[in-house]
Design a binder for this molecule. Structure first.
Ligand SMILES: *Cc1c(COP(=O)(O)O)cnc(C)c1O
Length: 377
């Protein structure tokens, strides 16, 4: 047996597409003693957590809870509960995550009608409307609000309205949106939405906040077939997360992770949602200006830029992977690479959650300037 030791992670500044830096206060919450998942004290914490999630999502939806797994499981939960074999779903794809939505639909034995836009562009509302008109029986319109793979935001309010006008449920990925830019579940009339703990909420990865409105719950209750996934069947999960008094065991909740998310949401509420949005925006503008000063350009057109995920064009002749490697080795900073068709063409600088500070913007600008041998003009 080799003599292994406890793992000590190196010191890193996480400025990629997630996970984002986790504040010590949240790490401290994670380290508190584990108690039973049916302990009345724990159930009380769960009820607070649901209330805090409603605050973050700006919703009164009763069915609002964290799925016990990362954002991809929130995505899967939304699809597997709402989509049945034979259904048609209009899926918008303007980045990698829209492609994953398609994969979910197809694997459920349903038909995905794709509305494609170029990576880096927001979703084209006219094309979506045409697709909904051409497929009047579509069960849902699925789209990514904040495309982390490209740094583009789409008009979620307008997309949810289009879905409603055509009798389709809106199914929204806001894994990267929540906590960083306005997410208005009730004002949009979003039917089903999910997020992730490790992007703008500043908690570690592993939980996926999810919220279903009345129409989504009605669709779940009206299913002709059982939900294919036992673990993600919200009808069963609800028995643990809802109701007064006794709650039924479904799975052992990730207790300490839920402490962490509770603390992260408390911090968000202390700061205030609007203040958090304004902070993300201000630090994005600081980064934009600093990048311009060293001759670097953002990939997404101005009106569709996500403040928390900045896609930067890799200059011609620069080895993008080597630059990321030097940022990590020499400066302890992690940024992201391009995904899918954008691999090699962009870097992704995340200013998410606790990572969105002026100091971090200045650190990454200085490090990039040093690695590329560029001084601010
Ligand atoms: C990160 C992300 C996901 C997946 O979340 P995981 O926690 O990595 O499973 C899904 N959609 C979007 C838009 C994301 O940014």
């Amino acid at each position: 047996m080799p003599s292994f030791r406890s793992f000590q992670p190196p010191s890193r500044l996480l400025l990629g597409p997630g996970p984002s830096p986790v504040p010590q206060r949240i790490l401290d919450a994670l380290a508190r003693p584990t108690i039973g998942h049916l302990d009345p004290a724990f159930i009380g914490m769960m009820d607070e957590l649901k209330e805090l999630l409603r605050y973050a999502f700006r919703t009164g939806n009763a069915l609002t809870l964290p799925v016990s797994a990362p954002g991809s499981a929130g995505m899967e939960a939304a699809f597997v509960n709402l989509v049945e074999p034979g259904d048609t779903v209009v899926v918008c794809r303007n980045g990698v995550f829209g492609g994953r939505m398609r994969e979910n639909v197809v694997r459920l034995g349903a038909t995905a009608v794709m509305v494609d836009d170029a990576f880096g562009r927001p979703i084209d509302l006219d094309k979506v409307e045409a697709a909904l008109k051409a497929h009047p029986g579509a069960k849902a319109l699925a789209f990514v609000h904040a495309e982390t793979s490209t740094g583009a935001v789409s008009d979620a309010a307008a997309l949810c309205r289009l879905a409603r006008e055509h009798g389709a449920l809106s199914l929204v990925d806001s894994v990267t949106g929540l906590g960083g830019i306005p997410v208005e579940v009730d004002a949009w009339g979003a039917d089903a939405i999910y997020s992730g703990s490790q992007k703008c909420l500043a908690a570690p990865p592993g939980l996926s906040p999810l919220s279903f409105g009345e129409a989504a719950v009605a669709a779940l209750k009206a299913r002709r077939t059982p939900v294919q996934s036992w673990f993600l069947d919200l009808g069963l999960v609800m028995n643990y997360w809802q109701g007064v008094g006794a709650r039924a065991y479904h799975h052992t909740a990730p207790i300490n992770m839920l402490y962490a998310l509770h603390e992260a949401l408390l911090m968000l509420r202390e700061e205030g949602l609007e203040a958090a949005w304004a902070r993300h925006r201000a630090n994005h503008l600081r980064l934009r200006d600093g990048l311009a000063a060293i001759g670097l350009h953002l990939f997404v057109e101005e009106r569709a830029r996500l403040p928390q995920l900045n896609a930067v064009q890799v200059p011609d002749g620069v080895d993008e992977a080597a630059v990321r490697r030097r940022l990590l080795d020499e400066h302890g900073i992690e940024i992201g690479a391009g995904l899918g068709e954008l691999a090699g063409r962009i870097w992704r600088i995340g200013l998410m959650g606790a990572g969105s500070t002026p100091e971090n913007v200045d650190r990454v600008l200085e490090a990039l300037g040093a690695v590329l041998g560029r001084k601010p003009a």
